[in-house]
Design a protein. Sequence first.
Length: 201
Amino acid sequence: MNTNADLAAALDGIGPRLQRIRTGRGLTLAEVAELAGTSASTISRLESGVRRPGLELLFPLARAYGMSLDDLIGAPEFGDPRVQLRPRRRNGRIVIPLSRNPGGVKAWKVVMPVEDGPGALRTHDGSEWIYVLSGRIRLIVGKRDLVLGPGEVADFDTRTPHWFGATGAAPAEILSLFDRNGARVHILEAGDDGDEATASS
């Protein structure tokens, strides 16, 4: 892990973060400037990305907001075993990564709205495992058309044409595991609908 590169990336994107922190507290530029002992124009330039902050500005800002320096800049947590959950959206589905294994099995929680009917069946190398947490899932694998409820599990070869989605009266939540090939199809090759890429069987 390149610590310096990660910290530099955090500093490069700090402008919008500083603006969110300030507006979230209902403070004006002038109010923050007074608390931090600087000028409103300096705060504005930091938030717009025109000026990259140094410690001489970050420390007073952290004190003004009552935050640690790491929390202020969103510094990466090195050595922390906890997975930082960042929900993403794809084709109306919310997908939350539960693992960070770069080359192996991927684990996701998927929240799916009810769909009128199946989408196009897809095929790709690999395998997939799903566990239904809540709601009801319609799963099509080849010629089999099944409905799964809470607590039910399915495990199938993704080289067989397949699709699954929520059915019934309420959205569904599942846990999904798929290998590197599945990750490429679900994450990298699926079309974007405005947010970062996520699973879409």
